[in-house]
Design a protein around this ligand. Structure first.
Ligand code: PLP
Length: 282
């Protein structure tokens, strides 16, 4: 139960923060969630690169260089003797200082990263999940993986109260992404998804989906689709580091293609397992 911090590894029970911590008071920080299969990171370069892009975008000083970050993250797995499927949660905040909106001077960033077991959602991936649609009320800079997650939390709670796995977000009817995943619409053999602009998170798994489509000669079209298009989808799926490639078979109570998971979604799942080198036994 070792946690990586900006200065040393500590036991999780020994972690404590001052009440004037900017992550707590302002959500003034950034985070990443990195997948681990059988004790090995998946897409670690993509996650570390995105973390440093987020840091730059909010002018946050990182406590480590990228090289140090890779070393520390590897040590985190080693120290905790991780050999199973898991995830790393890591956050970095602007530190602790008397409350003032403007950045404090000469204050060190706070970092922590820890490991949580995360078995694969095998049954959901086999059968598909349900989703709701709800307006995207977030800010314009969703490409930054910031700690300000209240709209995402509320959207996911709404989904959860309706026994759904995810909330599909839309701005004036144009689908952006989900509360904690990217979403794709398949029609006539093409995969459509919102362009990687500033108003969505550029998912690390999304970059792989683009590559998998290229490998298979499936057009990957970065164009938005609308909420009204959803009932006419041939297939619908979402991706994230924790949910992998997840079929969506029901939206707002209506089945898509009678609840059957389609062939392109299955192909993406298969390619994901190959790419992440997931073994049968896992
Ligand atoms: N979109 C949002 C809003 C997310 O929070 C996430 C990740 O959890 C994603 C997309 C998917 O990103 P990734 O594939 O890097 O996990």
């Amino acid at each position: 139960d070792y946690v990586l911090t900006e200065s040393q590894f500590v036991h999780k029970d020994d972690l404590n923060y001052p009440f004037e911590e900017r992550g707590l008071q302002f959500g003034d920080g950034i985070y990443e969630v990195i997948r681990v299969y059988g004790g090995q990171y998946y897409l670690i370069e993509e996650h570390v690169e995105r973390l440093y892009r987020s840091a730059e975008a909010v002018k946050l000083k990182m406590p480590f260089t990228k090289e140090e970050m890779y070393e520390q993250l590897n040590e985190l797995l080693e120290k905790n003797q991780i050999q199973q499927d898991a995830k790393i949660y890591m956050q970095i905040t602007r530190g602790s200082a008397p409350r003032d909106h403007a950045f404090p001077l000469n204050v060190k960033s706070n970092l922590y990263a820890y490991v949580q077991d995360l078995p694969r959602k095998i049954d959901f991936m086999a059968d598909g999940v349900s989703a709701i649609t709800t307006p995207d009320v977030r800010w314009d800079w969703c490409y930054i993986k910031s700690l300000n997650l209240l709209p995402n939390v509320i959207a996911k709670q709404e989904a959860s109260e309706q026994s759904c796995f995810e909330a599909i977000l839309h701005k004036d009817g144009e689908v952006t992404e989900c509360s904690s995943s990217n979403v794709y619409f398949v029609r006539d053999g093409k995969v459509y998804t919102h362009p990687a602009k500033e108003n969505i998170l550029h998912g690390c798994v999304r970059t792989r989906i683009e590559q998998f489509c290229k490998d298979e000669d499936i057009p990957f079209v970065e164009e938005t689709f609308r909420v009204e298009d959803i009932p006419h989808a041939d297939e619908l799926f979402l991706t994230s580091s924790t949910a992998e490639v997840m079929p969506i078979v029901k939206v707002d109570g209506n089945l898509i293609q009678e609840g059957q998971v389609g062939p392109i979604t299955r192909k993406m799942q298969q390619k994901y397992e190959q790419d992440a080198q997931i073994k049968e036994s896992q």
